[in-house]
Design a protein around this ligand. Structure first.
Ligand code: GLN
Ligand code: ZN
Length: 756
């Protein structure tokens, strides 16, 4: 029985690749220095995996920016606008596709979420008559690298169906699937060049875990006939992950591939379905170690499916693997010296997961591994029985029906709020954060490293808040904010103030390109020992007569952007967070704050991949928001904010959240997004973002007025707010002030038009 891995984190344990990439982009190092760092990271990754017992090593899982971009590039599917920059070397064209070129005014390719992860891939742009000219050389070189190191590599490629369904067509009505025959031809050329150089080739088709039309799935058979032929003696391993694939089992089992990989962490029940009719000639790879989370595997349980498969198929036809690529977890727990010793003993990062697989491979064959199994069982038991994970007070808190609804319907609340706030038509506000200056960042870091004391830290923050409030007053905004200078990250800030969360030093996970996030780890019941934002908020409110909006991160977003405990239902964890946020909302209200925003940018992205699971998620997510927000009196106005997302399929649930005001990113799609809200007759107030804050460009007052006018065509003017489309923390002050002045002007222009 072979152990293999579907992919390893590629940013480096100390983010070596990130630093090298950014140096290269700044022109501080040359291409060969960047390639040298990239090679070192790859080599290190292979060594870690091999030393810990992985026998078949992934090759081509590494990427300088993104693996889907790599594939598009390898196929020469380079959009026209990147071809004109003559004189660019290959690598600069590649980075230009990912990042655009501001000087030459070439926009980057679009980026979007990779399934239900927080990783973003570059969306290939394919013309209806797209030609593919494959160049497998980089992949062959990496295969050579691993062979030169005396290890055996398994090339990894995104499957053609997944690649096409994740791409977008340059023509509105064209279907990327029409390109499947051409793409299959190109893949066949790549596979034949690999044919005699490796035993296995991994083809990732995670799209198969989604509900695809029958006609789409049927396209697989002819395509894979060609691929299998081209691969010759090399065996194809078709992988599925992030969910079960049982609903497409019949087709998958009929494909001419030598092996199939299943994610048994997300969908353990699918094993039975596949084993029932498993073809005699195929190998079965079982993902029994969680590639998406940081917890130690319960090895004594995880070994069972391996044993069951061995019993049916014999040990030579079974492989053990992580559930998916380990791209989504940090590299090595060894680096974490500051974690609580108990909690540390419950965790496994990518390196540790490899060791787990080795033990599982032994245990599944009844080979001697008593000691590691015993240690694992102890850790699992210690975690289960630890007082750290349960808080009786939290467990006691019941959620009643009254807790999840406001006292009055929106119309009535809205009237009461208007009496209190006295806002003009098209009230102006912002999403919360203001530009984070060098001074603010330095002060936060100095305080964190105890180089300055609390008093010095608070002075700087108060200065910033005061300045921020003054600026907003001078500009003439209607609902002010404090500016969020005390927050590095909207989830981390709250996680650090809640019980049940812990933080790593090096637990970085790639988000896109050189960008990484360090998700908090939720290990225990969640509660709020003390108010988290009340002091900053009331201080800011004391500086102005205008309404000041308190800023909180919502329960679903905190959940989605953390590593969540796996010993409890995910949405039960969400409810605990919701209760903690509810306490904060109540305290803000009691302190006199009349407007409170609860951000839920991750609301849509938490949606399960499979349709059948969505209804329950949405109901739970809505309930969590309502738990967090419904404790207030009618006169307190609840806002929420969501970033750009396709709202069409979830609009009724967004309405069910019953926030008094929602702000959304709408400017990039020129207010098209509003159509979903208009068609549905969204009942409450909406602030469509009229200014795209993702670039430094200052939109004119007329441009924003035009956006507001467009909005009034779809939505009653009395329901509309004027605001930017997201927080301003990544912007600089000059463009922020200029744009906000124009925003206030735009609101005035359209207000006047409404009167006449
Ligand atoms: N209040 C947050 C901010 O303004 C919201 C950020 C977000 O939606 N991602 O930064
Ligand atoms: Zn946003």
């Amino acid at each position: 029985m072979l152990t293999h891995s579907l992919g390893f984190p590629r940013i480096g344990a100390k983010r070596e690749l990130k630093w090298a990439l950014e140096q290269y982009w700044r022109g501080e190092i040359d291409e060969s220095a960047l390639n040298e760092t990239a090679f070192q990271v790859r080599r290190r990754n292979w060594e870690i995996q091999r030393d810990r017992g992985i026998e078949l090593l992934p090759v081509g899982d590494f990427s300088l920016y993104d693996h889907i971009l790599d594939t598009a590039f390898m196929l020469d599917a380079i959009p026209e606008r990147f071809r004109e920059g003559n004189g660019q070397s290959g690598i600069d064209t590649y980075f230009c596709m990912a990042r655009g070129d501001a000087e030459k005014d070439i926009p980057a390719m679009e980026m979007t979420k990779w399934f239900d992860t927080n990783y973003h891939y570059i969306v290939p742009e394919l013309a209806p008559d797209q030609a593919f000219t494959p160049n497998p050389d980089p992949l062959l070189e990496q295969l050579q690298e691993v062979n030169d190191l005396g290890m055996s590599g398994k090339p990894v490629l995104p499957g053609p169906l997944t690649f096409l369904l994740l791409s977008r067509s340059t023509e509105k009505d064209a279907n990327t699937l029409d390109l499947l025959p051409a793409l299959t031809e190109a893949y066949a050329q790549i596979l034949s060049s690999l044919a005699n150089k490796c035993e296995w080739i991994q083809i990732d088709e995670p799209i198969l875990v989604q509900n695809l039309p029958k006609a789409t799935v049927e396209l697989l058979s002819p395509a894979y006939e060609n691929l299998a032929k081209a691969a010759g003696p090399a065996k194809l391993l078709l992988t599925t992950y992030f969910e079960g694939a049982a609903h497409h089992a019949e087709t998958i089992l009929s494909l001419p591939v030598a092996g199939i990989h299943l994610d048994l962490v997300r969908a353990p029940q699918q094993l039975d379905v596949f084993l029932q009719e498993y073809p005699k000639d195929k190998t079965l790879s079982l993902g029994v170690v969680d590639g998406r989370n940081v917890w130690k595997t319960d090895l004594n349980t995880a070994v069972e499916p391996l044993k069951a498969a061995i019993k049916e198929l014999g040990e030579h036809r079974v492989m053990a693997a992580p559930s998916c690529s380990m791209l989504h977890v940090p590299v090595d727990l060894e680096a974490e010296c500051k974690l609580d010793g108990n909690i540390r003993n419950w965790l496994a990062f990518a390196a540790q997961k490899c060791t787990e697989l080795r033990v599982l491979a032994f245990a599944a064959r009844d080979l001697n591994c008593v000691e590691p199994l015993k240690n694992n069982a102890n850790a699992i038991a210690q975690r289960r029985n630890s007082p750290l994970i349960t808080n009786p007070e939290v467990r006691k808190r019941a959620i009643t029906k009254e807790m999840t609804s406001r006292n009055s319907v929106f119309e009535q609340r809205s009237a009461t709020q208007q009496e209190r706030l006295g806002l003009p038509a098209l009230p102006t506000t912002t999403i919360g954060s203001f530009p984070q200056t060098e001074e603010v960042r330095k002060t936060r870091a100095a305080f964190r490293h105890e180089r300055i004391d609390a008093a010095a830290y608070e002075d700087t923050m108060r200065e910033y808040i005061k300045d921020c409030v003054r600026k907003q007053e001078a500009i003439g905004l209607d609902v002010l904010v404090h500016g969020e200078p005390e927050r590095t990250d909207m989830v981390e800030y709250f996680g650090r103030r809640l019980d049940g969360f812990c933080f790593t030093d090096f637990g970085w996970v790639q988000s896109y390109g050189s960008r990484c996030v360090k998700p908090p780890i939720i290990y225990g019941d969640i509660s709020r020992p003390a108010p988290m934002t009340v002091e900053w908020t009331t201080y800011a409110a004391s500086l102005t007569d205008k309404p000041l909006k308190g800023m909180l991160t919502g329960p679903v977003t905190i959940l989605c952007w953390s590593f969540v405990r796996d010993d409890m239902e995910r949405m039960d964890v969400c409810r605990q967070i919701a209760l903690a946020i509810r306490d904060e909302v109540a305290d803000l209200e009691a302190a006199g704050i009349g407007v409170i925003q609860i951000d839920e940018p991750a609301f849509r992205e938490g949606l399960p991949l499979q349709k059948g699971k969505r209804k329950k998620y949405l109901a739970d997510a809505v309930e969590s928001f309502r738990i967090a927000s419904c404790c207030v009196r009618d006169e307190t106005q609840i806002h929420t904010h969501m970033c750009y997302a396709d709202f069409n399929d979830v609009i009724e649930h967004i309405a069910a959240m019953d926030a008094d005001v929602i702000s959304i990113e709408a400017s990039r799609s020129a207010m098209e997004l509003l159509e979903a809200f208009a068609d549905f007759r969204y009942p409450n107030d909406i602030g469509p973002g009229v200014w795209d804050i993702h670039s430094a460009r200052v939109p004119s007052a007329e441009e924003m007025a035009q956006n507001l006018r467009k909005a009034t065509r779809d939505i009653p003017a009395a329901r509309i707010w004027a605001n930017p489309d997201c927080g301003l923390k990544t912007r600089a002050w000059p463009e922020t002030l200029a744009s906000l002045e124009n925003l206030v002007k735009a609101a005035k222009i359209v207000r006047n038009e409404l009167l006449t």
